[in-house]
Design a protein around this ligand. Structure first.
Ligand code: GTP
Ligand code: SPV
Ligand code: MN
Length: 609
């Protein structure tokens, strides 16, 4: 038996509630050793991981890691929100009674860390001193060293963050399990990813992949956070957050917004190209995946990124699409690459879209499963080298355009909220929405193609309210009401907008808009619109830029494509309204304001000839 008190004393972990929690779970999972970690332990942990082969070197201070080949994305089916109140059951949260789930997880976790080290990771999902800090603290217990190193990059980690917080921390227990024997994706699936939201307890069993295993990020930062936000008057969303400064006027606009998983948040927040538009604008990075929003004492709407790092999709990251991301994963950055292709001889990494073609010399190259590329059969030849959901993990401090005040606990004022997704038709480049209820309605009816970030759903069209569908922790009608309440309280309302970088040509499928760094052009128009500098063109579904208003300098778009992305297809939209009605009808007790917004848009479409 480990002398837990001795370990905790030595680590300076004094919070009595945390100590009790660690002891309770050590008694369940029965590890051989216990270690309390802080960011200062990273170098030692990395050395241990290189020694054990868990990490392989990928250049100076860069690391390659692999998760089990059936464990490379979130599993929505196995993810559950449990509480003690059946009224918390929603359409998307997979609600189950806490009394049913807790014993199941305790049984699965009993003795499961035998022979292993239990790492105790005290963390904060906010800058220190944030007005929401009391909801941001947690202690993850894990039996997986790679998870520890990723948490160190993604969150603020160390006993000093939680010692003074009493009992207000999230209990987050992660047990990897015997990955080859968990029946992933079969009827005998043994994995469970449970957030017991009203007990602020997270119990995840059966994965070492980021979204399932870094409990500060998705499980706490989104699911638990949104439940806490519902009960305590703030919003927690899968949003990126960026700031645009107009150097000519000195004005700064902060925009946050939700696109479903693997639909462009990281790319938008990191890599807009101010240089392409002369020297007038400066774009700062605040966050790429999560934002917490609240109304400050001065009545203004504020936002912050609770994370301390970026867990980005590797696919198609290159000099043209996202040079900022490449700068953030340079030698010496400490970045971790998971499930990319790896060359065992040259220690290089590669993913689809890193370069136009894969490396020509196959010598030493292995795919994401660890199989030699040179040994591929002709049938396997076209298969990707890297997993489509392969990722890089790097800290915020490595991002060259990270905002100077990204750690300011005050947060930043929010001026705009945008929604978007992969929509191959119907959705124009951008449509601005002035009315708050219509903006919230637009978020609730965000429909897009699902991606490889969740197992087995790639390409399916589905509604993903505010991009929170996989992270929704409470009923959707309450969620809508909560949005109206929080934004309703703000003295200055943000402008809303819906954006789409992914409209395609119906025949050859090419993207009608170049996307990536050029997306800044649409956001600049939105800011000018908010400022009253442009008027746009009013349509039934919002205000669209005219061709003259949109800065198209240096772009060479076919007129036909431009016309398509700056107009709406009224017939297609009318058809869409029927789908939306069906979608919203699932949510019993939806606020009347949302239905009114729906009817206003439907009528305006009917009036349009
Ligand atoms: P999560 O981390 O899963 O929440 O994803 P995300 O929303 O941050 O998505 P990310 O920015 O990582 O982009 C996912 C994929 O979409 C990547 O393969 C990008 O290359 C691609 N992508 C991002 N922005 C654009 C764009 O403007 N146009 C096109 N065509 N593709 C894009
Ligand atoms: C997402 O899937 O939305 C992510 C990556 O941000 S994960 O951490 O896997 O959830
Ligand atoms: Mn995400």
């Amino acid at each position: 038996m480990v002398d837990v008190d001795k370990v905790l004393d030595e680590a300076g972990l004094t919070n009595p509630h945390v100590r009790e929690y660690v002891k309770e779970w050590a008694a369940v999972t029965t590890p051989e050793r216990i270690e309390v970690v802080s960011a200062a332990d990273d170098a030692r942990l990395v050395a241990e991981a290189l020694e054990s082969g868990e990490f392989k070197p990928a250049g100076e201070g860069l690391y390659y890691s692999q998760s089990y080949y059936k464990d490379t994305a979130r599993s929505e089916e196995r993810t559950i929100v449990a509480t003690n109140d059946p009224a918390d059951k929603g359409i998307y949260n997979n609600w189950r009674p806490a009394s049913e789930m807790k014993p199941k997880l305790i049984e699965l976790m009993t003795g499961a860390s035998a022979g292993k080290t239990m790492y105790v990771i005290p963390y904060l999902m906010s800058p220190k001193g944030s007005p929401l800090a009391e909801f941001a603290a947690g202690v993850e217990i894990t039996d997986n060293r790679s998870v520890v190193m990723q948490m160190i990059r993604m969150a603020r980690v160390g006993a000093e963050y939680i010692n003074d917080l009493g009992d207000s921390f999230v209990r987050a227990v992660h047990v990897t399990g015997d990955l080859p024997n968990l029946g992933q994706g079969t009827p005998d699936d043994k994995r469970y990813f449970v957030t017991v939201a009203d007990e602020r307890t997270i119990l995840h069993f059966g994965s070492s992949y980021g979204g399932n295993a870094l409990l500060g990020k998705i499980a706490h930062g989104l699911r638990q956070g949104s439940y806490d936000g519902w009960k305590n008057g703030f919003l927690v969303e899968q949003f990126m957050l960026l700031g645009i400064t107009d150097k000519q006027t000195g004005e700064k606009y902060n925009i946050c917004g939700g696109f479903p998983s693997a639909s462009g948040k990281t790319n938008l927040a990191m890599t807009l190209a101010p240089d392409a538009l002369g020297d007038r604008y400066y774009v700062e990075f605040y966050g790429d995946d999560i934002a917490w929003l609240w109304v400050g004492e001065d009545g203004k709407l504020y936002g912050m990124n609770p994370e301390n790092g970026v867990f980005g999709v590797a696919k198609d990251t290159n000099e043209a699409t996202n040079p900022t991301a490449l700068d953030s994963i340079q030698p010496g950055s400490g970045a971790i690459f998971t499930n990319v292709a790896y060359n065992v001889k040259t220690q290089e990494v590669w993913w689809e879209g890193k370069t136009k073609n894969p490396p020509e010399d196959l010598d030493g190259w292995h795919d994401w499963k660890g199989e030699a590329i040179a040994d591929r059969t002709p049938e396997q030849a076209g298969e990707p080298w890297a997993h489509p959901n392969s990722r890089f993990t790097t800290t915020m401090g490595n991002v060259p355009n990270v905002a100077k005040d990204y750690e300011d606990p005050k947060g930043v004022e929010i001026h705009g909220i945008i929604f978007g997704g992969r929509t191959r038709d119907r959705e124009p480049l951008i449509r601005a929405i002035d009315d708050v209820a219509e903006g919230v309605y637009d978020g609730l009816t965000l429909g897009a193609e699902a991606t490889f970030a969740a197992d087995g759903l790639d390409g399916q069209l589905r509604y993903d309210p505010m991009s929170m569908r996989p992270f929704m922790s409470y009923p959707e009608a309450d969620y809508a009401a909560h949005w109206l309440e929080v934004i309703g309280r703000a003295s200055e309302k943000p402008v809303f907008a819906h954006v789409n970088w992914f409209q395609r040509d119906a025949e050859d499928g090419h993207f009608l808009w170049p996307g990536y760094r050029e997306n800044l052009r649409a956001l600049l128009w939105l800011m000018q619109y908010k400022n009253g500098q442009v008027e746009g063109r009013r349509t039934a579904v919002g205000v669209l830029p005219t061709e003259e208003e949109l800065n198209l300098e240096g772009l060479d778009l076919p007129q036909e494509d431009l016309d398509r992305i700056l107009t709406i297809d009224v017939d297609r939209w009318r058809q869409e309204m029927g789908f939306r009605e069906e979608h919203l009808n699932q949510f019993e007790g939806l606020p009347e304001e949302i239905w009114e917004a729906h009817r206003r848009v439907a009528k305006a479409l009917d009036d349009e000839s």
